[in-house]
Design a protein. Structure first.
Length: 310
């Protein structure tokens, strides 16, 4: 398709569920849609960075698979996964359960006694393997990564300098990885208030924004007061996110709610869900894009502009 309609792709956060972005990219490519601008938050910034580097969905998925398939990478997400209550209770499994319980208690203690649980290198080193010393200016497609400054409460958008620095800032999950600290700033993962970075895409010049909104894992077990607080906050963020996504021209929502944000072993399943969600809505998307490129639409917009000037 022609590029007269500047297309922006806003890829949302979602942890392991964000691997669904790779399937969306595949479906878009098969339908002849390539973005002119990309913005990403958290996992969306990682996938978006790979796409901006080389807009080949097969290559993006190959590099993502290596990234999340690394044993060291996978090991520090396992403790966050809910335990399967249906496992057989043989002696070996009981030992695993005890170890699992102790890990979760340790996470709970660290969360309230320490600023973060993992070293910066645990996130930065794999990102260096993905992006090396690349700058934003080296990318084939303009990219924005979105983070949050806990001090000002405002978004921090990276469009220049080190790609690793921008992606790290956007992916530094609070309490898990160290924030990037400045004299008057503390920058972390932007997935709370800036879950789907539509505004960043608009600011780059996109005139038609395709947003990929990764739904949250639907937790249904609330055994502690903290569980209830987190669930309440998640509902508030979801309502805010719906308002934000209304600014996009088209929204794709892969059905990945059954997968936990830390379950990187479900990557292929999430990718498949992303592909299906995009293909299921492709006819509607292509129809809307044809309309937005048409002379009648352009005439309609020109008339509205003239009326506003009167």
């Amino acid at each position: 398709m022609g590029n007269s309609l500047k297309i922006g792709l806003a890829l949302g956060s979602g942890g392991a569920r964000g691997l669904a972005h790779a399937g969306v990219l595949q479906a878009l490519a098969e339908s002849g849609i390539e973005a002119d601008f990309v913005s990403g938050t958290s996992m969306g910034s990682i996938v978006g960075g790979l796409y901006a580097l080389d807009p080949d969905p097969a290559m993006v998925w190959e590099r993502l698979s290596m990234y999340v398939g690394n044993e060291d990478f996978a090991s520090y997400w396992t403790p966050f996964l809910p335990r399967d209550e249906n496992n057989n209770r043989d002696p070996q499994q009981r030992l695993v359960d005890v170890f699992d319980f102790m890990q979760r208690k340790l996470i709970a203690v660290k969360t309230v006694t320490k600023s973060y649980m993992q070293s910066e290198e645990k996130l930065r080193d794999p990102l260096i393997q993905l992006f090396g010393q690349l700058s934003f200016s080296d990318l084939k497609i303009p990219l924005s990564t979105v983070a949050l400054d806990l001090v000002s409460g405002e978004s921090v958008i990276y469009r220049e300098g080190s790609v690793v620095e921008g992606v790290y800032a956007s992916s530094a999950i609070p309490s898990v990885f160290p924030p990037l600290k400045g004299e008057n700033s503390m920058i972390v993962d932007g997935g709370g208030p800036y879950r789907v970075p539509i505004e960043a895409c608009q600011e780059m010049g996109a005139k038609f924004i395709i947003a990929v909104d990764i739904p949250a894992f639907e937790e249904t077990s609330f055994s502690t007061g903290l569980d209830m607080i987190l669930r309440s906050n998640a509902i508030a963020r979801r309502r805010l996110n719906r308002l934000v996504c209304a600014q996009a021209d088209f929204v794709i929502r892969p059905n990945v709610t059954e997968f936990h944000w830390a379950d990187f072993g479900a990557g292929e399943a999430c990718r498949a869900r992303g592909y299906k969600a995009a293909m299921d809505s492709m006819d509607e998307l292509l129809k809307l894009m044809r309309w937005r490129r048409s002379l009648p639409f352009k005439a309609k917009m020109a008339t509205r502009k003239l009326l506003r000037m009167d």
